[in-house]
Design a binder for this molecule. Structure first.
Ligand SMILES: O=C(O)c1ccccc1N[C@@H]1O[C@H](COP(=O)(O)O)[C@@H](O)[C@H]1O
Length: 214
């Protein structure tokens, strides 16, 4: 099965078009976060979500955890899916999104082996799980540009029956190894395809080619 590509930290409709032209199956839109390089206003998230043509998915990243707050933001922005970057998000938040016809992608930050039971719990109610390299205890919920232990990710993916995205420090150089070793449903990249903060067509092209070579 082809590994899907999500290009994250999209800041404009022009960047979304560039990512899609290079084969992105999904574009990620980072709303308010405690920290991170990719944050854009909700109004910009909504404009990009409106511009994403089917079957490309628009994925809103939120740090909200309460069901009512998550649903309120999702209803305003109307993405295809919401990526809940804080592991404290509840099954009620997943259910609230489901009622709106919006997929819940629950992030699990892989700090150690405890990520496996966290992912299994999230998989009970979310549409998909995304494995990232944040450090929630330090208020870092993603966008680190760092890899985590892919042996743990591989174990999680083997144990779950729903799609699992792999994120954190992916680059054109390590994308083939990520696909071969971890076997995720999709790769999710932000900093690895950017230069001085801007989406870089040369790196995007290299990333897409690296995926195709795996
Ligand atoms: O990029 C951000 O600003 C951000 C902030 C808070 C949570 C997630 C964030 N970005 C997401 O982090 C992953 C991995 O990014 P990277 O490839 O390691 O740079 C990806 O989903 C980003 O969209």
């Amino acid at each position: 099965m082809r590994t899907r590509l999500k290009v994250c930290c999209i800041v404009s409709v022009a960047e979304a078009r560039l990512a899609i032209a290079h084969g992105a199956d999904a574009v990620g839109l980072v709303s308010a976060m405690p920290s991170g390089p990719g944050i854009i206003p909700d109004e910009t998230c909504a404009a990009i979500a409106r511009a994403a043509p089917p079957p490309v998915a628009s994925v809103l990243l939120t740090s909200r955890t309460e069901a009512s707050g998550v649903a309120e933001q999702a209803e305003r922005i109307r993405p295809s899916a919401v990526q809940l970057v804080d592991g404290a998000a509840s099954p009620e938040a997943h259910e609230a999104l489901r009622r709106l016809g919006i997929h819940a992608i629950q992030v699990v930050h892989v700090e150690d082996e405890t990520a496996l039971p966290l992912a299994q719990e999230a998989a009970r109610t979310a549409s998909a799980v995304l494995l990232d390299s944040g450090r929630p205890s330090e208020g870092v919920l993603g966008g680190t540009g760092e890899r985590h232990d892919w042996n743990i990710s591989r174990e999680i993916i083997a144990a779950l029956e729903i799609p699992v995205f792999l994120a954190g420090g992916l680059t054109p150089a390590n994308a083939p190894e990520a696909i071969q070793r971890v076997r995720p449903f999709a790769l999710d990249v932000c900093s690895g395809v950017r230069t001085a903060g801007a989406l870089d067509p040369t790196k995007l092209d290299a990333f897409a080619r690296a995926m195709a070579s795996a």
